[in-house]
Design a protein around this ligand. Sequence first.
Ligand SMILES: Cc1cc2nc3c(=O)[nH]c(=O)nc-3n(C[C@H](O)[C@H](O)[C@H](O)COP(=O)(O)O)c2cc1C
Length: 187
Amino acid sequence: MILETIVTTQNSEGVVHIAPMGIHVEGDSFIILPFRPSTTLNNFLETKVGVINYCDDVRVFAGCLTGRRDWPLSPAQEISGKVLECALAHSEVEIERIEENATRPKLFCKTVHTAIHAPFKGFNRAQFAVLEAAILISRLELLPLQKIESEIEYLRIGLEKTAGERELEAWGWIMEVLENFKGKTVA
Ligand SMILES: Cc1cc2nc3c(=O)[nH]c(=O)nc-3n(C[C@H](O)[C@H](O)[C@H](O)COP(=O)(O)O)c2cc1C
């Protein structure tokens, strides 16, 4: 199974990096698969540790992809790292093994500490819509614009029926990037 999470890492000088990552879950272990080039990958290679944050505030996902990476953080407990303050729960992980790959290496992690901060409050279709739209805009250069636009129109249905303020704000950031991209490709 793949879980959409926010991974926080830092380099050997303590500079923190926040990135949405789809984490492959195998029992108690995780595999993180960053596409090269990746700051997340570089940080894991430097420090061997990071934090997987389980977060239902989709503004963090959309924000990281639209230049808004400044989210409140607090210190991790068992590793030198940072936890996203809005995370419902988090796992502090250590890299056990790396499977090298020129495009997308596999980082096999073991959990050293997990903490729960707030209850899971149920599924929301607008959150799904924002996650999918965020993934689409991370592929603007790779996918045909027509496909992106038709998928956005479908996702908009669930969004408009079920969104709260956080989801609407996140959606707005994504639409801004899409409109700018369209402006550039038409010009
Ligand atoms: C829901 C979601 C899941 C993502 N999963 C991955 C992933 O598994 N691997 C990856 O390299 N990028 C993934 N991305 C895109 C990265 O978050 C984005 O490209 C980021 O800048 C990664 O590069 P970095 O490590 O240099 O920050 C995902 C984006 C979203 C919105």
